[in-house]
Design a protein around this ligand. Structure first.
Ligand SMILES: *Cc1c(COP(=O)(O)O)cnc(C)c1O
Length: 401
């Protein structure tokens, strides 16, 4: 089988003929013109056999959909205007009043906020489960549970859950599972085949905003599935709701995809180099990076992402993210000063672009049983030279002296 990375460049899908160039064409349209009334009446927006209206796809969006589906190891892809919209869309398409959705306690925060806000207002209940404990998930699945969200690693706290077992619980209980695969990006592991072929999530979403875009200049999300009926359900909702993505943005992601695996590896290597160094500093109480042995869930990461366990982070895939918990003796104000003092690491949300970013978090307000007392800082490592980033961290640590 062709490696998905190669599929990003040599993809078998071809849009209708008429223009042959190595790069996909950029087609922008709301209106699509039909040859005659019969053709108009015979329109079919459910498949990629033809075009009906810009909102339902153009040759350009079809190409990106096919490439993201191949990247994730799925069959169908739907594009939406952001990663959060992908999460929203799956919830909207699959949940009705009276249903329940289960969300990991360490999930991407806005996904939880959606459950507490709009989903609750629509009569859809939710529970949060302990992502590190498949028995806790199993115990929470009830007759109303229609959807379980999975995510790896935990947002900000970076603990790597037993994804294989969590997905297995969902399968055994006949509940649809949806994985937020933004961190893995389709490169670190295959979300559909976690415990073997087909023994994974039913739906895999990703914030294309992050690594697939890679530029920090696009907001987009993808929803990938394998099952035809499940895809049709998602697609019907998509048609009724009316999410559109800008073709300039689609073009930007198509341009970035061929370099994505290289960028991912570079972010990964730089993050491990910096995490290993910073994690060993006396100011730091706990390093949170799944490729390091002392990090929660390291063994799950190693089993799924191919870490060989020889040395901390020697092999396997990880993204460019890590967090540290500073020693309790460093006050939150001092840690803020450390962040403010950084020059190359900028204060800002999101990640996956060329610029390194840093965010301090108040974890006690975000998690039920957060075990650490010191302040957590999350680093997203960009593509700058590692020695410059390390020097930046080193000078900023003086704020803690
Ligand atoms: C960034 C992110 C999202 C949301 O993506 P946006 O495009 O910013 O809405 C969802 N899930 C995870 C894990 C993310 O990191």
């Amino acid at each position: 089988m062709t490696d998905p990375v190669t599929h990003l460049i040599h993809h078998p899908y071809t849009p209708p003929p008429g223009f042959a160039a190595p790069q996909p064409g950029v087609f922008k349209a709301s209106t699509v013109i039909f040859a005659n009334v019969a053709a108009m009446r015979a329109r079919d927006w459910k498949t990629k056999a033809g075009y009906t209206y810009g909102l339902h796809g153009t040759p350009t969006t079809f190409v990106l959909e096919e490439r993201i589906a191949a990247l994730e190891g799925g069959h169908h892809c739907i594009l939406v205007p952001s990663g959060l919209a992908a999460i929203t869309h799956v919830n909207m398409a699959l949940l009705r009043a009276g249903d329940e959705v289960l969300i990991p306690d360490n999930a991407y925060g806005p996904g939880k906020a959606l459950a507490e806000g709009e989903l609750a207002a629509w009569g859809i209940s939710h529970q949060v489960y302990d992502a590190m404990d498949p028995a806790d998930l199993a115990a929470r699945i009830g007759p109303q549970t229609r959807l379980v969200w999975l995510e790896a690693p935990g947002s900000v706290s970076m603990e790597f859950p037993p994804l294989v077992q969590l997905a297995q619980v969902c399968r055994e209980r006949g509940v649809t599972s949806a994985l937020d695969n933004t961190w893995g990006a389709g490169l670190a592991f295959n979300g559909f085949d976690l415990g073997g072929p087909g023994a994974g999530a039913d739906i895999v979403v990703q914030a294309l905003t992050k690594y697939p875009s890679g530029g920090g200049d696009v907001l987009m999300g993808s929803i990938v599935s394998r099952d035809d009926a499940l895809h049709l359900k998602l697609k019907l909702c998509h048609m009724r709701v009316g999410w559109g993505v800008g073709v300039n943005d689609v073009e930007a992601v198509l341009r970035s995809l061929p370099s994505m695996a290289l960028r991912y590896r570079a972010h990964d290597q730089a993050a491990r180099a910096l995490a290993g160094w910073l994690g060993g500093r006396p100011e730091v109480a706990q390093l949170l990076h799944p490729a390091f042995a002392g990090s929660p869930g390291h063994a799950h990461w190693q089993a799924l992402c191919g870490g060989d366990g020889q040395a901390d982070g020697a092999r396997g895939s990880a993204a460019g993210l890590f967090s540290v918990v500073f020693q309790e003796r460093h006050t939150p104000a001092q840690v803020d000063a450390f962040c403010d003092r950084l020059r190359l690491f900028k204060l800002g949300y999101s990640w996956g672009g060329p610029i390194s970013l840093v965010v301090p978090y108040e974890m006690a307000a975000m998690r039920r049983n957060w075990p650490h007392k010191g302040t957590l800082v999350r680093f997203s490592v960009g593509l700058e030279a590692v020695q410059d980033l390390r020097a930046d961290l080193e000078q900023a640590l003086q704020a803690l002296a």
